[in-house]
Write a new protein. Structure first.
Length: 293
């Protein structure tokens, strides 16, 4: 039986550390900043009097969400230099060009008469796929009864949808997608694809993204969406694409949840079938077309 020596063990440990290091840095800094800011909010409200303490309690979910968003932004800042290196190396590995030679983008280096049309098609398909897949999966999970059976998800959903609409749009439609994409697609996925087959990296990064969400319902949903986002990034090689997908999906789901009429129209078996079918059509179009910029 073959036994791994210490050099091999160190080699694999270094790879695992390299892959997970960004998440560990982000999560630790996010947690520290979040605790400090929440404590500061409570101290300020306590110093201002009972009226402000009552207001803080009344809008606790909104305040917590805003503090969480600010903490995420602060937590991701140290990762920006890492992200720049990973994006540059990703493009070098795909296009075989020296991205450090000048400041030209891949689009500029591969200039052609149809580049803007291709970019526009990428954006349109990304938005349509994000909307169809996010809603389709949400409807499917609801129709199967998984949503109702998960007490942990019900608690999370109750907190999320208690947030004031404007704050929710900023947090779930902008801050959360960008910071999570920097960590999971920009860094973790790009580092995984250096050491593993790209399909394995896509699936593994999606699974990790699902686990990150912390409950079975969001884990299943997040895992599927994570795979789609990594797939689109691998297919189109633009970091803007998974960010756009993530933001669109969050915005659509959060908006639909605020409308009882739209919720009633979509959360049906025909609605679910149509949305998932639309998702499949988008993936087929993406797979059948050359989308490299």
């Amino acid at each position: 039986m073959a036994i791994m020596n210490s050099d091999q063990n160190n080699h694999w440990f270094n790879r695992i550390w390299e892959i997970f290091q960004p998440f560990i840095f982000f999560y630790v800094l996010y947690s520290v900043v979040f605790i400090l800011l929440i404590s500061l909010c409570r101290a300020i409200a306590g110093g201002l009097g009972e009226e402000y303490q009552t207001g803080l309690t009344k809008y606790a979910e909104t305040v917590t969400s805003l503090v969480s968003g600010l903490s995420m932004l602060i937590g991701v800042l140290p990762l920006i230099p890492m992200l720049r290196r990973e994006l540059r190396e990703h493009k070098q590995s795909v296009y075989g060009i020296d991205m450090t030679a000048d400041n030209m983008s891949v689009t500029e280096k591969r200039a052609g008469s149809g580049k803007y049309g291709v970019a526009a098609m990428q954006i349109v398909l990304t938005i349509v796929l994000a909307a169809a897949s996010s809603l389709g999966l949400n409807v499917l999970l609801a129709l199967t009864g998984i949503v109702e059976s998960s007490a942990s998800y019900q608690d999370v959903a109750r907190q999320q949808y208690s947030v004031m609409l404007g704050a929710g749009m900023i947090l779930f439609g902008l801050i959360s997608p960008i910071t999570e994409e920097i960590v999971f697609r920009g860094l973790i996925f790009n580092r995984m694809r250096r050491y593993f087959p790209h399909v394995a990296a896509i699936v593994a990064s999606g699974v990790l993204f699902g686990i990150y969400h912390g409950n079975p319902v969001q884990g299943l949903y997040g895992g599927c969406m994570g795979v789609l986002m990594a797939y689109l990034y691998e297919r189109m090689h633009s970091f803007v694409i998974p960010c756009l997908f993530h933001a669109t999906a969050n915005f659509i789901v959060y908006s639909i949840a605020q409308s009882a009429a739209l919720h009633g129209m979509l959360f049906t078996v025909p609605g679910c079938a149509a949305l998932l079918a639309g998702s499949v059509v988008c993936v087929v179009i993406i797979e059948k077309t050359q989308f490299f910029i």
